[in-house]
Design a protein around this ligand. Structure first.
Ligand code: ADP
Length: 469
């Protein structure tokens, strides 16, 4: 599987997981919303039924005849109810009268049962095929023959004319039961509407989530893809850089092996070439290892105070010979105060030495390389100036890339690996230093490193450390 397929597969997987998680969250919130809406509607409907039943109960109870069978009395007090066992052609308005605010009188029905559960009277709007048998549960839900659902509430009616026998046990004995029911047609319609809206909303939201997850996973993969490509480029460049000295080294060794005895005197020169290529390889490998270790950022040793004056003075001394060899002037201006920064001394040495080495290598005979250490507020500023070949503006951002060389032939001649400035940048980043370059083609370059000062010891007061941070 090539890297493109791998990244595409990872993107699909990421988008799929993202959409899956979002779908679960959406459906959970949708279901909770749906359930709470249904619940509140249901409770509101039951409250309304209870209130209607209560009103009817309060108005009926005082007028109830002493016996549950007294149909003539019932006919008188409830003229709009059909009496069980008799023909019924009354238009139902009773409920409407008792339940002001209910717009649809066909929504509700009432039924009266005696104490033994025998149906006494009912409103004409009661559902077709409803059972005449009495069930004492307070709340019931059932389906009529036409498939319409009904919800029904049962309340006990008490007798206000206690008989002699019952008065021993109870002040208001049970007379019978009042049942009030209503069709759930509107409620079920509302539930269906809600299901439809939530279903549609969920599908649209899921579609949008899928599109956005595809887009977001693309965004998330982008830096990983770029970094992967950079790594691949780096590996290819490193292999290429290693191949040249290695090929040259092998060719020299082969030539040495085939050398006729008459030319044995050439062996020391050839060995010098082998040594040079070997050194170049070792230099390149140690640079690569250093870069890798700098990027891993896993050093357990803490930063220590490092004296920048010592580093600059030591390096000036070290490079003096090389500068003289190149017929250059190497000048150093170091402030009198001892400037300390927190960091790794060996890495700071490496940072400055790479800059000086470059300045010397890219400055022609008779030129000048100036090293400066100054202090600006809380910053130590190291400047490496040269009057060398300079760097074109468009190259100035690229010179810090690994293996990038402005002029590869010239750079190779100077022994450069193309990693010098990449190492400088990595060390600067590790020390949270600010690294900048100013350069003009043909006139020279200035590399500047700004580091936070940890302490300064002024001349003449060596023991007195002025802590700035
Ligand atoms: P190299 O090992 O090839 O010198 P570097 O990473 O140190 O690699 O530098 C990258 C490129 O930047 C060099 O090839 C060179 O062209 C350019 N460069 C670096 N320093 C200077 C300088 N002081 N003057 C001119 N060019 C420079």
């Amino acid at each position: 599987m090539n890297s493109h397929q791998l990244f595409r597969r990872s993107r699909i997987r990421l988008a799929f997981w993202y959409a899956g998680v979002m779908a679960v969250i959406l459906s959970l919130s949708g279901v909770s919303l749906y359930r709470s809406l249904i619940q509140s509607n249901w409770e509101a409907m039951e409250r309304e039924m209870e209130s209607i039943a209560g009103t009817l109960h309060d108005s009926l109870e005082p007028m109830l005849p002493p016996s549950g069978e007294a149909t003539t009395v019932l006919k008188r007090i409830l003229p709009e109810l059909c009496v069980a066992g008799e023909s019924c052609n009354i238009s139902p308005t009773l409920i409407e009268r008792h339940t002001i605010g209910i717009s649809d009188r066909n929504t509700y029905y009432i039924r009266l049962f005696n104490q033994q559960g025998k149906l006494l009277a009912f409103s004409p709007s009661q559902p077709l095929g409803i059972s005449r048998t009495f069930h004492p549960e307070p709340w019931q839900t059932f389906q009529s023959l036409q498939g319409i659902r009904y919800h029904q509430f049962t309340i006990i009616l008490h007798n206000h004319h206690p008989s002699e026998s019952s008065s021993f046990h109870h002040s208001h004995p049970s007379w019978g039961y009042l049942q009030i029911g209503r069709t759930l047609e509107a409620f079920d319609g509302e539930v269906q509407r809600m299901q439809w809206i939530l279903g549609m909303g969920f599908s649209i939201a899921l579609g949008l989530v899928m599109i956005s997850s595809w887009w977001l996973s693309g965004l998330a993969m982008q830096p990983i893809y770029q970094s992967y490509q950079q790594q691949q480029q780096f590996t290819a460049n490193a292999a290429h850089e290693l191949r040249s000295p290695l090929a040259s080294l092998l060719a020299t060794v082969e030539a040495m092996l085939r050398l006729p005895p008459a030319h044995q005197s050439e062996i020391p020169i050839m060995l010098q070439t082998v040594e040079r290529q070997g050194r170049r390889l070792s230099h390149l490998i140690s640079d690569l290892l250093l870069l890798t270790s700098l990027e891993q950022n896993s050093s357990p040793i803490p930063f220590k105070p490092c004296c920048l004056n010592d580093i600059i003075n030591d390096l000036t001394e070290e490079f003096l010979e090389l500068a003289i060899g190149g017929e250059l002037h190497l000048i150093s201006h170091v402030t009198d105060a001892q400037i300390y920064v927190l960091g790794y001394e060996s890495q700071l040495y490496r940072l400055v030495s790479n800059l000086i080495a470059n300045a010397i290598h890219y400055t022609p005979i008779g030129g000048q390389v100036v090293l400066e250490l100054t202090r600006r507020d809380r910053l130590a500023v190291i400047t490496v100036k040269d009057t060398g070949i300079g760097i074109a503006l468009e190259e100035q951002t690229r010179i810090f890339e690994r293996f990038y060389r402005v002029d590869s032939d010239r750079s190779r001649q100077t022994g450069g690996t193309g990693l010098g400035l990449a190492i400088v940048q990595a060390i600067a980043q590790k020390h949270q230093a600010n690294l900048s370059v100013e350069s003009q083609l043909g006139y020279g370059s200035i590399f500047r490193v700004e580091l936070a000062i940890s302490s300064v010891i002024n001349e003449g007061e060596k023991a007195d450390i002025l802590t700035l941070l």
